[in-house]
Design a protein around this ligand. Structure first.
Ligand code: PLP
Length: 439
């Protein structure tokens, strides 16, 4: 019943209607696949009516959720939830000062604990990673040359576009290819250089070879700027006491790679593993001081809600007490899924064992059917449609969290087996991009 209400409330695909507003028609046409999918598919732009653990209800259907990025399950953690009321009693719901005007002392406490966790010289927190990329990349680029990973997250790309508008040049280097970066930098005469790239990749689930990229950047006198939105909280420093190959403490890719912050700036957020609306840049104090007078979100943006500041602080405590246990559990759940995928002969780019598992389709035109099948079999995933990804990489992505159950994973594997039987998925022998017919 609820479903009927939903689907009838969905707007018809506006893309078909031509000649109304040129700016709207042009945009909808270029996003036709995505627009049609969003307008018609229950797994896009969905209204979630209720949750129970990692089960979600959409209309009258309960589904296992593999689309959230709450990797450690902190969104459901009782110790973290219970930390919120006292903070609201002390500070109200929202400070509503920009940070320049005034920051509740909670910010100082967060930056102190964060800096200690990361082992960086200093850190600055702002509401989101998008705010940071849009404001910090143009400042660090300083009208010089940015070397941008060809597959960098869209928000990094947008930050580089903002820098370009302020006079920076942008060159793209091939994904996972430090040698290509080396070549481009060797040929570049501009002495002001910034390298921008992802840490753990949000599509493949693989980390880059950070040591190799840091070495190239340092050798060419560049600052390396890394967005590890998905690694922070999941991967961390390695050591004999680690509870899983993810490492310890969740203190992100620089520590995981055994690197230093020498000429490396790390950006990440609390909105994934820490389930809170806040983000950070780990940087030397002199960069922090510069950002405190130069970065628009510090000067003008509304702050994160107090509840998020409280859940970040409580999250640090839980991370110290139980984080490595949760990461070991997350690793085991992810292994269960990846072993099953391997048994079924399904291709995935995931080589790392990290909890982001992308599954490309054999034919990009079947994305709606595949999504419908998964939905009908109680499996909620992220659909990666064109133009969010190139047509040759259209598919879906499953993210695991410590709050998923083995039964949910086994149910998902049953559904994947059904898709294999229908010939929808690629086998590891299929070369990426060779099977999808031209659109
Ligand atoms: C790699 C990466 N960077 C940035 C973002 C955006 O983060 P925020 O919501 O904090 O702006 C995302 C969100 O999915 C992401 O995956």
């Amino acid at each position: 019943m609820q479903e009927a209400r939903r689907s009838s409330s969905k707007a018809p695909p506006a893309v078909i209607v031509r000649g109304r507003k040129p700016w709207l028609d042009r945009w909808l046409e270029s996003c036709r696949d995505l627009t049609e999918l969003t307008a018609s598919h229950p797994m896009m732009d969905a209204v979630i009516d209720e949750i129970d653990g990692r089960m979600i209800r959409v209309g009258d259907r309960w589904l296992a959720d593999f689309a959230s990025c709450n990797y450690l399950g902190f969104d459901l953690d009782r110790d973290i939830i219970d930390a919120v009321p006292a903070a609201l009693d002390a500070w109200g719901t929202h400070p509503s000062w920009s940070r320049l005007l005034g920051s509740p002392i909670l910010y100082e406490q967060i930056e102190e604990r964060l800096t200690e966790l990361l082992g960086s010289e200093d850190s600055l927190v702002l509401p989101t990673i998008t705010h940071i990329h849009m404001s910090v990349i143009p400042l660090l680029a300083a009208s010089g040359t940015i070397f941008l990973d060809q597959r960098a997250h869209k928000t990094i790309y947008d930050g580089c576009q903002a820098a370009k508008a302020r006079g920076a040049a942008v060159r793209r280097f091939r994904f996972e290819d430090p040698d290509h970066l080396d070549e481009l930098m060797a040929a570049e005469r501009d002495p002001t250089r910034l390298v921008c790239m992802d840490g753990v990749n949000s599509m493949t689930g693989n980390p880059p070879d950070l040591r190799a990229f840091a070495e190239v950047a340092r050798r060419h006198g560049a600052l390396l700027y890394v967005d590890d939105a998905h690694g922070f909280g999941v991967i961390g420093e390695r050591g004999p006491k680690e509870s899983s190959p993810y490492g310890m403490r969740g203190n992100s890719i620089v520590r995981n790679a055994g690197e230093t912050y020498d000429n490396v700036v790390l950006v990440a957020g609390f909105s994934k593993s820490f389930s809170s609306l806040l983000a950070f840049i780990a940087c030397p104090t002199e960069i922090k001081q510069m950002l405190k007078v130069g970065a628009s979100p510090y000067l003008y943006s509304g702050p994160s809600p107090v509840a998020s500041l409280a859940t970040v602080l409580a999250g640090f405590d839980v991370n110290e007490r139980r984080g490595d246990e949760l990461r070991a559990h997350l690793f085991a759940l992810t292994k269960r899924l990846l072993d099953g995928i391997d048994r079924l002969g399904i291709a995935t780019p995931n080589r790392s064992g990290l909890p982001i598992v992308e599954i490309p389709l054999r034919d990009h035109r079947r994305i709606a059917d595949v999504g419908r099948y998964l939905f009908d079999h109680g499996v909620y995933v992220t659909l990666a449609a064109y133009p969010l990804v190139p047509r040759a990489e259209v598919g879906f992505r499953m993210q695991l969290t410590a709050a998923n159950t083995e039964a949910e994973i086994d149910g998902a594997l049953d559904a994947l087996e059904g898709l294999v039987e229908q010939g929808m998925l690629r086998s590891p022998d299929d070369a990426i991009g060779t099977l999808t017919p031209a659109a």
